[in-house]
Write a protein of this length. Sequence first.
Lengths: 162, 710
Amino acid sequence: MAIAFTVNGQARQVAAAETATLLDVLRNHLGLMGTRYGCGLEQCGCCMVLVDGRPVHACTREVGSVAGRLVVTVEGLGSADKPHALQQAFLDEQAGQCGYCLSGILISAKALLDGNPKPSRGDIVAALDKHLCRCGSHQRIVRAVERAANAMNGAKQTGRAA
Amino acid sequence: MSGAPPAAPALLASLVENPRLDRWIHFDADRTVRIATGKVEIGQGVVTALGQIAAEELDLPFDRVRILSGDTAHGPDEMYTTSSQSIEMSGGSIRLVCAEVRSKALERAALRLNCSRDDLTVAEGRFLQNGQATGQDYWTVAGEIDFSQPPTGSAPVKPAASYRLVGRSVPRVDLPAKLTGAAFIHDFRPGNLVHARVLRQPNRGATLASLDEAAIAKAAKGELKIVREANFVAFVSPAESVAQAAAAAAPLHAKWSNVRRILPAQQEAAWLKGQPSEDRLLGAPAPAAAPRRPVEFTVSRPYVAHASLAPSCAFAEWRDGHLTVHSHGQGMHPLRRNLADALGVPADAITARHLHGAGCYGHNGADDAALDAALVARHLPGKCVRLQWRREEEFGFEPVGTAMLVTLKVDLDEKGRPADWTTEIWSGTHVQRPGMGAGYLLGSEALANPPPEVKPTDPPEARGGGGTRNSVPLYDVAAHRVVHHLVQRPPVRTSALRGLGALPNVFAIECLMDELAARANEDPVAYRLSILSERRGRRLVELVAERSNWKARGSAGSGKGLGMAFARYKNRAAYCAVAAAVTVEETVKVDKVWCVVDAGLVVNPDGARNQLEGGIVQALSWTLKEQVRFDEQGIASLDWDRYPILRFSEVPEIAAELVADDGNPSLGVGECSVGPTAAAIGNAVAHALGVRIHDMPLSRERIMAALLRT
C-alpha cells in the first residue's frame, strides 16, 4: 500500500508495508543513504532521523507510523556544496574519523539546537549520549556542536542588526 | 671515519614489490594526477595525507591529486593497512616515485625548451624557466616518459625545509561526503543488485543436519532464494528486508550437529596459563644466580572486540568467468589471493576494489564478508550480490583481540633499580589474517573441503611482534628476556586489534614502574627518568609531567588520582607519554588526559592529533569497560548493551600535543597512544585508591573489591 509523508521538505509516497522500517524505506525505496544501519536495536544511534522535529531511531520505527508526518534526514540538513551550519562546523573542527556515526549525531544535534539555541556543554553531551562513536571523536564532535550553535546565534544577531 | 661512500639505502619494500612507475602514478587527461596506494582509508585520514605527500613532491596544487586506494587492477600491492606503517611505507614510496617522475618530466621539458634542466622549476604544477612561464607541465611531457620503468628511488626529494603542504593540517578529503549522505560501501548501489545474509556455521566442523526452508521462506515474507553449499547457507532477495528477515528467523529452523561447547570461564585471561603453547625465549639467557631482591608483578587483559559501528559488508559479481569484489578490508591484493585460494580460481580471475567502511581498528569481519558475498555470487552469475553481516554476527564471529596474561619478574639492585628483567607472556595469536600465517577466510570452513587447520603463528619480531609487541622496556636494564607462550587453541578466533600486544605489555611495564618507584620511596616520574637514557623519551616524560602539573600531585588514596606512562610504539615507531587524572568512587571517572608525542615529521598535524585522541578514547574504553563474554555456544556479548563502550558522558577532555620534529623522519602514529593510555589509567586509579588493580577492565566489581582491601 502507499504511505505518504514528507521527507526533507518533499512530499513522497512509497509502496511499502506499514510494518517496514523507516530505515529500510529511506535507504532502499527513497535512496537516502545518509541514514545508516548500525544495530537495528536502538542502541547505537546511526539511524537517527527527525520525525516532526523529534529525533527517533529509524531502524525500529515502522513506516506506517510516520504517515502524514515530517521526516528529516541528514540529506535534509545540507549538502557537501551547501552544508548546514552544523555540517560546516563538523568540517571546521574535523570532527570525525571513520564518519559512520556522524549523520545520526548531526540529527540529534539539530534537534537540540532547534529547541535550545545556546546549549551548555552538558546539554550537548546529554543530547548525544544515546549515540556511539567507536573512533573516539567525541571531544571534536562536542566542540563542533558548540561552534555551530555560536555560528547560528551569530547569524541570527547579524540578521537582526541588518 | 673511512672515506668509503655510504651504501645506497635499500629501496622501500613497496617499491621492490611493485616495480613499475605506472603502478603508482598516472597523469589523467583532465589534468589531474592519479596516485595509487595499496593502503586504504579506515578513518585515519591516510588518503588525505598521501595526497599531501604527492602534491608536495610534484609541486602541484593539492586538488590536482586524486588518490586511488586499494585496487588490484591499477594500484600497487602493499599488503594490509596495518601497524601504523602507511606514512612510513606507502608515503615514503609515493614521495620517491613523485620525485623521480618530477625529475624525468623536467628532463623532457628541458630537451623541448633546449635549456638546462637546472634552469627549470615547478610552481603549482607549471614548469618555469628562470622564473618565466614555458607552457610546459607534467601533462605536456607525460607521453614521453616510460612509466613501465621500475622506480629507482634515486631522484633527490625536496628538502623538508621547503615543504608547503606536508606539515599542514589539510582537511580530510573524504569527510564532506560522510557528513552529508552516501559515502560508505553500505551505500553502493550498482545494477542487478540483490541483498544477501548468511546463516553462520556455529563453529568449524559443525554440520547442518536440517534446515526448514519452508518455514524460513514463510518468515521472510517476500521473494527469497536460499543458497546452500555444504554447510554454507545464505538468503538472497531483491529486497534487503526480506533477506534480513530470513536470516533472523533461520537459527530457529536450523539444526546443527557437531556443535562445540566452550566454558564461560575461558573468557578470562587466567585460563590461558597452563594451556598447550608454543614457547620461545627471546633476549638474554636466564640469570645464573638466584635473584637478590625479586619483584613479581602480573597483569591481564581479557578478549576485546573491534566492535566496528557498522556490520561488515561486501559486494561480489561473477560475470563471464571474472569475479569483481568490493570490500572495506584492509588490503585488496591479499584479499584477492585469499579469495582465489578459497574459491579455487586463479587470482587474475578476480578484481578487488576498496570502498570505505566504518572504522575497523584491525582485522574484523570485512574480509570474511567478501568471501561470503563471492560464494553467493558464484551461484547467481550476473547478479551483483550485496552481503551484509547482522549485528550479532559481527559481534559473534569477527576475530577478537586476544586475552593476555603478562608476568614481570625483576631483580632489583641495591638502589631499587631493575638489574635483571624477565617478561613472561601467555597469549593467543594476534594475527590470523589470511595469507599471513595462520588464517583463512571464515566462510571456507563451511565448504565441502575446508582448508586444513593451520598452526597459529604470531608476527615476527622484525615486524614488531604480536604478543611480544612492546614487551622490551626502554629503560636501562642490564639483562632482559621475554618468555612467550603462544597458546595454541584459544576458545575463539583471535586476530589483529589496534596495537596488538602493546597495550597489555605497556600496561604491565608502566604499572610496575610506579610500583618500583613506591618501593624506592621515589616519585614515579623521577624514578623513570633515573633509568631512562633515551633522549627523545626523556623529553616526553618531562613534558607530560609539566603539562599535567605533576609536581602538585597529591597523596595516594584520596579518591583523586594522577598517573602517567610512557612507551615508544613497537620500540621503533612514535614515542608517546600520557598522563591521566581520575576520580574514583564506585567507578572510574576520567577527568582529563594529557598526551605528548614525538612522531618525527608529521604530514598532517590535525589528522595525527585526531588519531591520538581516538586511540586514547578507545584505550580508555578497553581499559575501563570492555570484555568479550562467552557462554557455552561461544561469544555471548552480541549487542551494545552486553558489550558497552565509552559514551559521550564518559569521555574526558583530552589535550594531545605533537612536539617539534627536530628534523627526524616520520614515525607511525596511529597506535602509539593506546598502551600509555591504559597504563596511565592503571596508575591513576592506583594513586586514587591507594591500592592497585592488576586486571583489565577496571570495572565496578574490581573497584569495589579493591576498596575492600584498603
